[in-house]
Design a protein around this ligand. Structure first.
Ligand SMILES: Nc1ncnc2c1ncn2[C@@H]1O[C@H](COP(=O)(O)OP(=O)(O)O)[C@@H](O)[C@H]1O
Ligand SMILES: [Mg+2]
Length: 203
């Protein structure tokens, strides 16, 4: 199965195109790195591929079909700031099971402790919160993961731990991952292939 962005063009303002005729293809089980300078449009492209930005030109498809905007999104986006992806007034257990019941297996894999489930988001560290975000995103219904700087806010040891877990799960579920990062070292370690946004973006 392939996730494809074809001939994608987009600007937040009319006169200022950030993406211009971009093509990108990601296969099931593939780990593809996306590198680019800060502000070059990586997160914008991730937002388009995962359906959070709609008013772009071009097409995003999964095996040639448009991705349905209702129901479970098979293209899950996890980004750098997990605190912005959760409702601060919900307990972690409610956040976790908002879309679907997250399996005990996944919780165990991420080392999510029972006692954390009764906490508010601000009672967890950034790394702990990111484990929740990933546990929620990696359901059996997920086909692709857009991992947008998901470990930028944690130390090197935690970064390695989190990626070890993610790699195990995506391999088991045959999920394709777009690893968005400005850290070439991390991408070289994780990915089969890498693209530089500047090389595929004709701005
Ligand atoms: N919601 C927004 N409204 C207007 N401009 C934005 C918005 N989000 C991002 N931008 C601008 O779009 C450009 C690309 O941003 P982004 O995709 O976040 O880049 P990257 O992820 O590569 O750092 C930047 O110049 C940024 O300031
Ligand atoms: Mg970004």
């Amino acid at each position: 199965m392939y996730l494809k962005g074809e001939d994608i063009s987009f600007g937040y303002e009319k006169k200022n195109r950030i993406l211009n005729h971009v093509n990108l293809s990601l296969g099931s089980g593939e780990l593809l790195g996306l590198i680019g300078d800060s502000g070059s449009g990586k997160s914008t492209l991730g937002g388009i591929l995962s359906g959070y930005i709609n008013n772009y030109q071009g097409s995003v498809s999964m095996d040639g079909k448009k991705i349905p905007s209702k129901g479970y999104n098979p293209v899950q986006l996890v980004f750098q700031h997990p605190e912005k992806a959760v409702n601060p007034r919900w307990k972690m257990k409610d956040i976790l099971n908002e879309g679907h019941a997250v399996s005990q297996d996944i919780l165990d894999s991420f080392g999510i402790k029972k006692s954390w489930l009764n906490r508010w988001p601000n009672e967890l560290s950034g790394g702990e919160l990111q484990r929740f975000a990933l546990a929620r995103a990696l359901s059996p219904k997920t086909k692709f993961l857009i991992a947008d700087e998901i470990t930028t806010m944690v130390d090197a040891i935690t970064q390695a731990q989190i990626w070890d877990i993610v790699l195990d799960i995506v391999e088991e579920l045959n999920i394709g991952v777009l690893v968005v990062s400005h850290e070439k070292k991390l991408i070289d370690k994780l990915c089969h292939d890498v693209v530089f946004l500047d090389d595929i973006n004709n701005v």
